[in-house]
Design a protein around this ligand. Structure first.
Ligand code: FAD
Length: 305
């Protein structure tokens, strides 16, 4: 049943018409549980509150389907505005973005150019930019953009998804570029040809890539709400004497807030992924797919209206 619900929510996440409708009607149906608000100012307010609790943030302007050059350029402008706002408000945050929002599906060069504009501004403010990893169909081009930019910029990093068979090799290859990696289990619907279908295999592979990245000496962002994976990381860094400033835990806004605070109390670096914007539908559907029990929050949101 869990698998059926998961596939259903991932189908909804990818439904262009529903995403457009939701965008038009604003943030509702319990959407605020996972999304800071519709505006940049609301995102910054949430970050200020997180900073007061000892947590860092990564700010993400939501954008699911971008299908014109104008839209992609506007998304890049939003990112630049977000960087400037982070600097002006002096909040402890960096930026996350998706290459499809920067125009990857429209033209490779458009996306590359938008990334150059963003990384230039980020460099001016000494700010780090994280390129989120999307579905497998975009992986090769994401790596190509990475290589095109890496010689000129070092203020950005990638995400590796443990559900992909190739992820161990990718972590090894990226170590040569001293890449700062966020490590996740993976949030999209992928074919068994490219991704482990069973959760237990994903978990085993996740441990492998955490260990590889931590032992490479390159910065690791262990992005998970799974207490077993967090415990594994804590044990490993203790055994290998890895300093606390070589890695951080990351979690999504609204998920396991008590665990987030506990890690801060224990002295770990914790960064929260804070999405904002009106294009919230696909993001929220992926959160439901991860844990169909979240549907209860959505239903409450509908009943409250
Ligand atoms: P799971 O085994 O799925 O969950 C472990 C436990 O965590 C669950 O039992 C539950 O208690 C809790 N939990 C997990 N998800 C939820 C939820 N939605 N609601 C409530 N409780 C939950 N994926 C990508 O493909 N690309 C990315 O770029 C990307 N960036 C991410 C950035 C951050 C900061 C984080 C935290 C995740 C990101 N993800 C990304 C999503 C990731 O791939 C997983 O889908 C997601 O983190 C759920 O997996 P998990 O590691 O928490 O473990």
């Amino acid at each position: 049943m869990e698998k059926v619900l998961r596939n259903f929510f991932l189908y909804l996440a990818n439904h262009q018409r529903l995403n457009q409708l939701a965008k038009k009607h604003g943030l509702r149906f319990g959407g605020r549980r996972f999304v800071a608000g519709e505006t940049l100012a609301e995102g910054i307010d949430v970050i200020k509150a997180l900073n007061r609790q000892g947590m860092m943030a990564t700010l993400d302007h939501l954008g699911e389907f971008v299908d014109s050059e104008e839209e992609a350029n506007a998304m890049a402008e939003h990112c630049i505005e977000a960087i400037e706002s982070i600097a002006k408000e002096k909040v402890d945050a960096n930026l996350s973005l998706k290459l499809t929002s920067m125009g990857l599906d429209i033209a490779y060069d458009l996306c590359l150019h938008n990334m150059e504009r963003i990384l230039e501004v980020a460099r001016k403010y000494r700010l780090f930019v994280r390129i989120d990893m999307e579905d497998y169909a975009h992986l090769e081009n994401t790596f190509a953009i990475f290589h095109d930019l890496r010689e000129r910029y070092d203020n950005f990093g990638l995400v590796i998804q443990a559900y992909l068979y190739r992820s161990v090799d990718d972590v090894k290859a990226l170590a040569e570029w001293k890449t700062n990696l966020r490590l996740v289990k993976g949030a999209y619907k992928e074919s068994p040809e490219v991704a482990f279908p069973d959760k237990k295999d994903v978990d085993e592979n996740y441990k492998k890539i955490i260990q590889l990245q931590l032992e490479s000496g390159n910065y690791a962002a262990v992005a998970t709400h799974d207490e077993n994976m967090i415990a594994f990381t804590k044990r490993l860094v203790k055994e290998r004497d890895i300093p606390l400033d070589r890695f951080e835990f990351q979690m999504l806004y609204g998920i396991r807030p008590e665990l987030q605070k506990q890690l801060v109390r224990e002295g770990y670096r914790v960064r929260i992924y804070v999405p904002y914007g009106n294009d919230w539908f696909g993001y929220n559907m992926r959160r439901l797919a991860e844990r169909p029990a979240n549907v209860a929050f959505v239903l409450k949101g509908i009943v409250k209206r």
